[in-house]
Design a protein around this ligand. Structure first.
Ligand code: 1GP
Length: 228
């Protein structure tokens, strides 16, 4: 995959993709060593975190770029994490929550940067599903995740995102979640939508990843599993 084609198009045309998430806040490894240990079939690197110190994202992305041709996609916890060193940005709206800061305020704050940037902007509906423990994204966003048993509410939220014009749906149990998004939730959302589905949070093993693909995830995100 070269970065010259539209990333969204690539996502739409491929199945069973793996995205490895790097949180710049606690990324201390040498990029070359890190890249050696992630699976060879990794499709994308996601870079972002709930709370990242100023300038760290830019540094980490630039360091990674020197060692890989993998597309680097920003997964920003807030607009301060935007950097032109990356290839694309998941332009997230936290649709499971009711906090205007993450529904629209951060997006407006991002405009001054994005207007002048070459980043590919990918409109993404971000949906938090309760992962059975406190996660940073829930704490920082000050929103309630949707209980995994409320399948219809999760499906409706995903469809509302699609109807708004989002190009991706991201089902998130939160980094380090005890329980990943249940397979039946993945399947129900996949059945309802016609845009690609990303699933992440608490997925640690190859078996869990395969099960998520089988249930309909187009991209599985793994972060904690590859951290030291
Ligand atoms: C978090 O979905 C990602 O935003 C990945 O979560 O760190 O638990 O793999 P993990």
């Amino acid at each position: 995959l070269t970065t010259s084609i539209s990333l969204l198009k690539h996502i739409q045309q491929h199945k069973n993709q793996l995205a490895v998430l790097i949180d710049p806040e606690d990324f201390t490894e040498k990029p070359a060593d890190f890249l050696k240990k992630i699976p060879q079939n990794t499709s994308y690197l996601l870079v972002g975190g709930s709370q990242v110190g100023a300038g760290k994202t830019q540094k980490v992305v630039a360091n990674l770029k020197a060692f890989t041709n993998l597309p680097i996609v920003l997964f920003p916890g807030d607009y301060s994490q935007l950097t032109n060193e990356a290839d694309a940005v998941l332009f997230l709206s936290l649709l499971s929550g009711r906090n205007p800061e993450y529904l629209i305020e951060q997006q407006i704050k991002a405009v001054d940067f994005l207007e002048k940037s070459n980043l590919e902007i990918i409109p993404t509906a971000y949906i938090l599903v309760d992962g059975g423990c406190e996660t940073a994204v829930v704490n920082v966003s000050k929103t309630q995740p949707i209980p995994p048993t409320e399948v219809r509410q999760i499906v409706k939220t995903a469809l509302a995102g699609q109807f708004m014009g989002k190009q991706l749906i991201y089902l998130e149990a939160g980094s380090g979640a005890k329980q990943p998004v249940p397979l039946e939730v993945i399947a129900a959302v996949k059945k309802a939508i016609h845009i690609p589905l990303i699933v992440g949070g608490g997925i640690k093993t190859l078996a869990q990843r395969e099960a998520a693909y089988q249930s309909g995830a187009d991209i599985v995100v793994m972060g904690t599993a590859f951290e030291e």
